[in-house]
Design a protein around this ligand. Structure first.
Ligand SMILES: Cc1ncc(COP(=O)(O)O)c(C=O)c1O
Length: 360
């Protein structure tokens, strides 16, 4: 069967060139006589893989020297606990902006270890926008300030960052890391599950400023302490070796594509193709406020459940798959991560046009 255009929110599409390179190296990696999957994480081949993975990520993201990069497991969801356990070191208070399912989970988890101040919420309009917050409401003594830069389910994203001053800004960047240029120095900590823009699920990347490491609460399990992983080069225990290797190929692919700035331009182009069509359409609409629309996850709907279901069914027949919206939102959602080729988006828009014509 030919490959389809996969609009899944994650695990998600990967570039064909990366998959082909992985396939070519699957059986025997360089002259090691074995697959990356089979090799010790303490051997010279994997030592070089993890070193190069980090070096390339640092280069493409412009990560300053005073930040550590950790290759962890447990998904972004584990970070909802690890962040408070490691960062609640003085007031045990954090500020948060509530923008959907993933900040709800972060807030529930942080609330187990300290106090969470919700400074703004878009729950009143089904999380269809990013709330503006007034700087005077920020807690000057908070241990950190948490945001989710791209809301995968609801399809919103930040186009600005709260000016938190000395309070470290923590970002869940699971669904938009490496999709646009970000100034890492504006953040105290960034985390992301890999399964959208970085590779297969099973790897979680944490980028953390050095001074935030080493203050974990006493109850913090060894494996949940950033210091454990930082002191051991992410090799305290066995890292997800094959996922790290694929992340390396993905970072090299971004570099070959011209870096994050070139990828960002492409992402705007792809997202605008869909939004422009939706805005001109008489059948489809976007539930998200225009100024806060994600360029990674694009929810849309017809207003009729039957028509939405037919759209998803008919699209799949045209090899446009996994377009069903999240169960909490309904409708459709096109996730167009870095690896989604422009041709996939063009084909989707052509299909939307035809569907509208045939079903109006
Ligand atoms: C923004 C965001 N945060 C957190 C998560 C949870 O990630 P994981 O499944 O890796 O725990 C997801 C998953 O899709 C997500 O999109």
């Amino acid at each position: 069967m030919a490959r389809v255009y996969n609009f899944s929110a994650g695990p998600a599409v990967m570039p064909e060139s990366v998959l082909k390179k992985a396939a070519a190296e699957l059986f025997e990696y360089q002259d090691s006589g074995m697959s990356v999957m089979e090799m010790s994480h303490r051997g010279k081949y994997f030592e070089k893989i993890i070193h190069d993975t980090e070096a390339t990520l640092r280069e493409i993201m412009g990560i300053p020297e005073n930040y550590r990069v950790l290759f962890l497991q447990g998904g972004a969801s584990s970070q909802f606990a690890m962040v408070p356990m490691n960062l609640f070191r003085n007031s045990r208070k954090c500020d948060m902006i509530h923008t959907g399912e993933w900040t709800k989970r972060a807030m529930n988890e942080a609330g187990r270890y300290g106090k969470v101040n919700i400074l703004g919420s878009s729950e009143d309009r089904k999380f269809s926008y990013i709330p503006k917050v007034d700087r005077s409401s920020f807690s000057p003594d908070a241990d950190y300030f948490h945001i989710c830069t791209n809301n995968t389910i609801e399809g919103t994203r930040y186009t600005w960052l709260p000016e938190t001053g000395k309070v470290p800004l923590v970002a869940d960047m699971s669904s938009n890391i490496l999709s646009e240029v970000m100034d890492v120095s504006k953040f105290g900590l960034i985390f992301a599950g890999a399964q959208k823009n970085i590779g297969p699920s099973g790897l979680t990347i944490v980028i953390v400023r050095e001074d935030l490491i080493g203050h974990a609460m006493d109850i913090t399990p060894t494996m949940m302490n950033y210091r454990t992983h930082s002191d051991n080069g992410s090799m305290y225990n066995t890292p997800p070796t094959y996922c790290v290797y694929i992340a390396k190929l993905m970072f090299e692919w971004i570099k070959d594509m011209g870096g994050v700035r070139a990828i960002e331009e492409m992402n705007y182009k792809k997202a605008n193709m869909i939004y422009n069509y939706i805005d001109a359409s008489k059948m489809f609409r976007s539930p998200v406020a225009a100024e806060d629309r994600s360029i990674m996850n694009i929810p849309f709907e017809t207003g009729s459940k039957e028509l939405d279901d037919k759209f998803i069914r008919d699209a799949a027949k045209e090899s446009l798959v996994t377009l069903k919206g999240h169960r909490s939102v309904g409708g459709m959602r096109a996730s167009i991560y870095n690896s989604m080729p422009v041709e996939g988006v063009e084909k989707l828009v052509r299909f939307m046009e035809k569907f509208e014509k045939d079903n109006m």
